[in-house]
Design a protein around this ligand. Structure first.
Ligand code: C2E
Ligand code: CA
Ligand code: CA
Ligand code: CA
Length: 284
């Protein structure tokens, strides 16, 4: 990871740095990192395609490692998952993100009530106190459940039975929005979607790469068209990640996708920046 001037960080590609940093080195210092306050969260705006307004943000965790600098989640989340640290780390991310959402909402200059999206790992889904703790976090932050969206990857849910889905269903019944993350990469049976307590499909960026420049790849257009139509039939909204160009955003808006996230709007950044972005679109 490298500092990109000022207090902005570029999170390095997992492939470039991760191999260079010995795995055992990270494993040794991961447990202490939470106590040492070495994790921080960047927020990436979620934009409503119809009018370009910022509606919320996804919380993306980073580790400011005392020796290696800023590490991206791809470099330590798998490790946190295999060591079980993901449960306390995930709890911390949720608490922090809820606190941040409260702060945005308390700010009277914020034109819209911003929501926050938090990623959930499979191990957190299996954690028995997930529902109780999530409810407690929302209560403590004074946040209504609909201000929170939990993102669960498609691959984490493939094959889950009703018992395993129960905590998510309970959260959904309370009003928490559940998004199916990285949709389209898990090769799930589409009819399976009907059984899931999700309200949003988060379409993986691999589907929209072909729309970055004009003319758009006609096959990609057809695929996204099909997914949007399926999603809307099931009463799901569609968020597209990895939107890097205006051309792409235009296509996705015309195709009926509701929400977009990507570098075209903003890279992940500090929470104050989200506030500034939401102010900017209110005054434009
Ligand atoms: P994700 O949930 O699919 O998050 C989106 C990733 O795409 C983020 O990478 C984001 O920085 C990146 N991205 C956003 N816009 C663009 C774009 O326009 N182009 C491209 N090429 N990339 C874009 P990041 O921050 O490295 O996070 C990687 C993954 O780590 C996330 O993928 C998520 O699965 C996981 N993750 C992040 N934070 C947490 C967390 O708190 N808990 C858990 N369990 N997983 C997390
Ligand atoms: Ca996500
Ligand atoms: Ca994703
Ligand atoms: Ca993805």
């Amino acid at each position: 990871a490298k500092a990109a001037g000022g207090n902005r960080y570029e999170v390095a590609d997992a492939d470039s740095d991760a191999r260079a940093i010995a795995r055992h080195d990270l494993t040794n210092c991961l447990p202490g990192a939470l106590d040492n306050g070495e994790f921080f969260i960047e927020y990436q705006p979620l934009v409503r395609l119809a009018d370009g307004t910022v509606r919320g943000a996804e919380a993306l965790v980073r580790w400011l490692h005392p020796v290696h600098g800023v590490l991206g989640p791809d470099q330590f989340i798998p490790l946190a998952e295999s060591t079980g640290l993901i449960v306390p780390l995930g709890r911390w991310v949720l608490e922090e993100a809820a606190r941040q959402a409260r702060a945005w909402r308390n700010d009277d200059s914020c034109p819209l009530p911003l929501r926050v999206n938090v990623n959930l790992s499979p191990a957190q889904l299996r954690y028995p106190s997930l529902v109780a703790e999530t409810v407690a976090v929302l209560d403590n932050a004074g946040l209504e459940p609909s201000a929170l969206c939990l993102e669960v990857t498609e691959s984490a849910l493939i094959g889950a039975d009703e018992e395993e889905l129960r905590p998510l269903r309970q959260l959904a019944d309370l009003g928490v929005d559940i998004a199916l993350d990285d949709f389209g990469t898990g090769y799930s049976n589409l009819s399976y979607l009907r059984r899931l307590p999700v309200s949003t499909l988060k379409l993986d960026r691999s589907f929209t790469r072909g729309m970055q420049c004009a003319p758009a790849d006609p096959v990609d257009v057809k695929i996204v068209e099909g997914i949007v139509s399926l999603a809307h039939t099931l009463d799901l909204s569609v968020t597209v990640e990895g939107v890097e160009t205006g051309t792409q955003a235009d296509h996705l808006r015309i195709l009926g996708c509701e929400t977009a996230q990507g570098w075209y709007y903003a890279r992940p950044g500090p929470p104050e920046r989200l506030h500034a972005l939401s102010l900017a679109d209110a005054s434009s």
